[in-house]
Design a protein around this ligand. Sequence first.
Ligand code: PLP
Ligand code: COI
Length: 341
Amino acid sequence: MEKKNIDWSNLGFGYIKTDKRFVSNFKDGAWDDGVMTEDDKVVISECAGVLQYAQTIFEGLKAYTTEDGRIVCFRPDLNASRMADSAKRLEMPVFPEDRFVDAVIQTVKANEGFVPPYGSGATLYVRPYMFGSNPVIGVKPADEYQFRIFTTPVGPYFKGGAKPITIKISDFDRAAPHGTGHIKAGLNYAMSLHAIVTAHQEGYDENMYLDAGTRTKVEETGGANFLFITKDGKVVTPKSSSILPSITRRSLMYVAKEYLGLETEEREVYLDELSDFAECGLCGTAAVISPVGKIVDHGKEICFASGMEQMGETTKKLYDTLTGIQMGRLDAPEGWIREIK
Ligand code: PLP
Ligand code: COI
């Protein structure tokens, strides 16, 4: 398929309508076969469960053009299983995991012309999502659902790409203990909007949320997990039952250990130990690894030795190795790369 005429290297993280999307409906207890359609409009009841009680979940993954010109997706099976976990927590039907992966592949294939070329710095972002579609007025789960997947070509999530960002310790909480922080529910993002608008108004790029129970431990940002590098080169990531289990973070911890021979640790990370770390980064599908240069705790600045100009040395190694695997420059662990044929 011929590539679309897009200025790939100057894309930000925005929405561009692509040609095709996948749609499947759940009714009378079963999912239909699903179709690929050009229709980007969703028509639902004014009283749909998603509109009244926010019964909606989503996923995010990317398709890449490799160095040798293949189109691949990164670990879509993990998005499928996380979406199943999200669905169960919000009393929604699970879209079968094998069908999820198949639909992702079909949707990327149908929009091949929008997959950015190798070396452009852009990728095709894939957004699977599901919502309650029939009228619900008493507080209860919907009976009917729609599962959709659209794609959009994207550039870096943070303006400036690899330039370190500044983070604010938020006064707002993202997720409660025993709440929904560990699933990818739209409601987690709705409640973060006021916090992120406030942080942006104050000149920060992102928020660091703390654990709501004690406000002493690091959780995550609105859209990425944290990674820290100790002064002796260990990779540390916060452990918490109320953060999203990032596929990028899980992959990076494996890469750190198995490809780079670094020591890794998933453990509780306390706010008052932040100044002991040498490097800090945000990791996620959209963020990839975005370096953090500074964290501000109510006026008190915590500056990492890696500075505000470039990625720290270990963060850069992790970035190069992960993107090397995703773009086919390095051999991937078994099952990590799904080729779109
Ligand atoms: N944390 C939150 C709140 C997110 O929205 C995301 C994005 O998906 C992540 C972490 C990173 O997860 P992943 O690496 O699976 O994209
Ligand atoms: C992703 O990284 O895929 C996400 O869903 C994060 C979102 C904030 C864009």
